[in-house]
Design a protein around this ligand. Structure first.
Ligand code: PLP
Length: 367
């Protein structure tokens, strides 16, 4: 079937990014594939990452981990949003490592037979997941029923090189690891660095790095770290859609809901067959599409299934033509960074929210 929109996912770019990140860190790499692999396809990316040399996979949810196992992932998998009340037996049956961030979770998982594998999650200063107030209790806890494979934490500001909070978090991490060692717990897999820290902060690299955004070829923050190209990363997703319609309109035409924009001259408008139901943010302004070597900016509000672009009076674009919504930027097209800025958001949210109506095609990008 012919699609009206598609996300083309270039696995050779994924492989290249994984190689770069592995050589930068020099340690094991956990490929973060939560949230449908940041919108790129959980199982396809999980299997491709395994093939490309990832040593571990990391997800948020237990159901994500189980989907990976049942589709042939053999390398270790860590799931870190598995709250008390979850089916820890099921996790153990599928050989899934679980992050433990509370005494209650430790008590529950300790009821499973055969010493389930856990990673202790530390709150080293982000004040989100991990042990903080319960730390003294954890040091008194019974670890005899679990296999403590890992200890880890997460940075709040890793994209800001030299930021004091990063140094503080690293110091807290080291001190908590010493506390554990003092009670005879020496987890073999200590891990702290995310993508930004892997690229910026050697000191935060322990036995493994957990890379998400950079593996997808996107920069953790183009303002503080530069864009993908500067970092040597290859964006793996190219988002395309068809022009549903092209029409000539006079100056002064009000466009879209609320008539928030009006044509300033006689021009041609293109109706792009994607909308906020597909993950194009409704508030986006200042991004657009790329066709025939030229950018055409959004005009008016994004609708549920469509948005309008100003193709300009000279455009030769026709209804049915493919346009590039975003790509790696190498031909002048908008990037996920541009769409993030246009939506008061970030590239992470742009790719992750591309909706389920948009088929993922595992094939090279096209121009
Ligand atoms: C999402 C996540 C990561 C990956 O972060 P990136 O910035 O995408 O590299 C790593 N660790 C944890 C705990 C996460 O939740």
């Amino acid at each position: 079937m012919q699609h009206r929109a598609e996300a083309r996912i270039d696995i050779t770019a994924l492989t290249s990014n994984i190689s770069l990140l592995k050589s930068k860190s020099g340690v094991n790499l956990l490929a973060v594939v939560k949230a449908d692999a940041y919108g790129h396809g959980l199982v396809e990316i999980g299997l491709a990452a395994q093939k490309s040399g990832a040593d571990w996979l990391g997800v948020a949810l237990l159901e994500e981990a189980i989907a990976l196992r049942t589709h042939g992932v053999r390398i270790p998998i860590l799931a870190w949003m598995v709250p008390p009340g979850s089916d820890f037996n099921l996790a153990a049956q599928h050989d899934i490592d679980v992050a433990v961030a509370s005494i209650l979770a430790l008590e529950e998982i300790s009821l499973i037979s055969n010493k389930p594998r856990i990673h202790i999650e530390l709150d080293t200063g982000m004040t989100r997941g991990g042990f903080l107030d319960e730390w003294p209790q954890l040091l008194q806890a019974d670890f005899s029923k679990v296999d403590v494979v890992g200890v880890f934490s997460h940075f709040a500001r890793a994209d800001e090189a030299g930021e004091q909070q990063n140094i503080d978090q690293l110091n807290v991490f080291n001190s908590r690891v010493s506390d554990l060692s003092a009670i005879g717990i020496n987890p073999p897999v200590k891990h702290l660095a995310n993508s930004a820290a892997t690229l910026l902060d050697k000191d935060s690299i322990f036995d493994m790095v957990r890379t998400g955004i950079a593996m997808y070829g996107l920069t953790p923050d183009f303002k503080t770290m530069g864009d993908s190209k500067k970092l040597g990363l290859k964006p793996i997703m190219q988002l395309r859609a068809k022009l549903h319609l092209v029409k000539s309109v006079p100056a002064g035409s009000p466009v879209g809901y609320g008539a928030t924009a009006t044509t300033d001259k006689e021009t041609q408008l293109g109706v792009v067959a994607m909308g906020y139901a597909d993950g194009i943010p409704r508030i986006a302004q200042g991004a657009g599409i790329f066709i025939n070597g030229q950018r055409a900016p959004i005009i008016g509000r994004v609708s549920m299934d469509q948005f309008v672009v100003d193709l300009g009076p000279e455009s030769t674009a026709q209804s049915g033509d493919w346009v590039i919504v975003f790509g790696d930027g190498s031909h002048g097209e908008y990037t996920a960074d541009d769409w993030g800025t246009a939506s008061l958001s970030i590239n992470y949210e742009i790719v992750t929210r591309i909706g389920p109506r948009v088929p993922r095609i595992y094939a090279p990008h096209v121009y």
